[in-house]
Design a protein around this ligand. Structure first.
Ligand code: GTQ
Ligand code: FE2
Length: 368
């Protein structure tokens, strides 16, 4: 039999294909193998992801959420009512490292207390009147707030308001699952007892420029659990006076106020503002990310395909795809972004490429 065709990413052709096949069964008896001619290559020249770039439109999601809210009970034992953004290229996950879901909770409902190894956060999209308790600290949730539930922190959500509440949940569950590090534990009551001092982490660390000397948590874990919209947007307004970022115009990352790193160990969160007329440069990098449009309209071109987004839309971007943002409207656009770059960088796998000025146009115009 002749050796298989070699493409630019195939491994060197195998002149000894027959000899390799002949060894296969004997080796398998000892749980060993050698590379076979029809095995997929061990390496590719650059990342090749099964994850797809996907655009979810709020116009589609909103009626689905209402249906799910009416048809599905919230359940007990720490279950949740969520609409998961499922990537069609993957067996599970929005990206290969995290699941993003939209949680829908009705007045009077309790999403019961539990804890898990997966790191999670909520970014509140609509409604008010719900509280999340994280390891005994109670936080009220308002539109635009970010609330963290780090790995193994007990958490429950209680809705005392009078309209449905909707938020974005993101869990690094695909990552913890691929590392076979999944633990889950329901609490023995519906809700945890609430500490006397509400929003303790916010009082101790929330200013970001001062902190309490009586820090209760070790510095290895971000002690701050809430990032309210008002402060985040005020910071973003200040950042408008900086040099624009060539890719994301005005962009700030939610940070651990103690060590200055990302707010979570595995996931990065950012807030960005694309001002009218902004024409971002294209770039690509390892790691995956998801944008959620909060206000305004704009477009993102991913590998030559243009996605026009509106408030409430989500766009998941696969690793190593060229992407660039443009705002051709007369209104500013604000987006929330989540990525897995802290995990990718901690492992030493981060790489990026950006184009020189002259090449930028080609990417915009390229057909898919
Ligand atoms: O609210 O605790 O979307 O545990 C998935 C798993 C939300 C939560 C999700 C969870 C939660
Ligand atoms: Fe949870």
């Amino acid at each position: 039999m002749s050796s298989p065709a070699t493409g630019p990413t195939a491994e060197p052709s195998m002149v000894d294909g027959q000899a390799r096949k002949a060894l296969k069964d004997d080796l398998a008896r000892f749980d060993c193998r050698i590379h076979q001619p029809d095995d997929p290559p061990l390496f590719t020249r650059e990342p090749r992801s099964d994850m797809r770039t996907v655009h979810w439109r709020w116009a589609d999601l909103e009626p689905l959420l209402e249906r799910v809210g009416q048809a599905i009970a919230i359940g007990s034992g720490g279950q949740r009512r969520t609409l998961r953004l499922a990537n069609p290229g993957l067996p599970f996950g929005t990206t290969h490292t995290f699941w993003a879901s939209i949680q829908y909770i009705l007045p009077g409902e309790v999403a019961e207390a539990h804890r898990h190894t997966a790191n999670a956060f909520r970014f509140i999209l609509k409604g008010s009147g719900c509280t999340t308790t994280v390891d005994g600290e109670m936080y009220s949730m308002h539109e635009g707030d970010l609330v963290l539930t780090p790995s193994m922190a007990w958490h429950d959500h209680v809705h005392r308001g009078d309209e449905p509440m909707i938020w974005l949940d993101v869990l690094d569950i695909s990552l913890s699952r691929s590392l076979h590090a999944t633990f889950f534990e329901p609490y023995d009551r519906q809700m945890q007892p609430v500490n006397d001092v509400p929003e303790h982490s916010w009082r101790a660390f929330g200013s970001g420029i001062m902190r309490s000397p009586r820090a209760a948590r070790p510095n290895a874990v971000n002690p701050l659990l809430v990032y309210p919209r008002q402060q985040a947007e005020a910071a973003l307004a200040l950042a408008e006076g900086l040099q624009p970022d060539p890719f994301e115009d005005v962009v700030l990352e939610y940070q651990d106020p103690v060590n200055g790193g990302a707010a979570m160990k595995t996931m990065g969160m950012s807030l960005l503002k694309l001002r009218p007329g902004f024409q971002g440069q294209p770039r690509r990098h390892t790691g995956s990310k998801l944008y959620c449009a909060l206000r305004g309209h704009g477009s993102t071109i991913v590998d030559g395909q243009r996605y026009d987004w509106a408030p409430g839309d989500f766009l998941a971007i696969a690793p190593w795809s060229w992407h660039q943002h443009v705002n051709q409207t007369t209104q500013e656009a604000v987006l929330f972004e989540v990525d897995d770059l802290p995990a990718v960088k901690a492992l030493g796998y981060y790489r990026e490429e950006g184009l020189e000025q002259g090449e930028a146009r080609q990417v915009i115009g390229a057909a898919q």
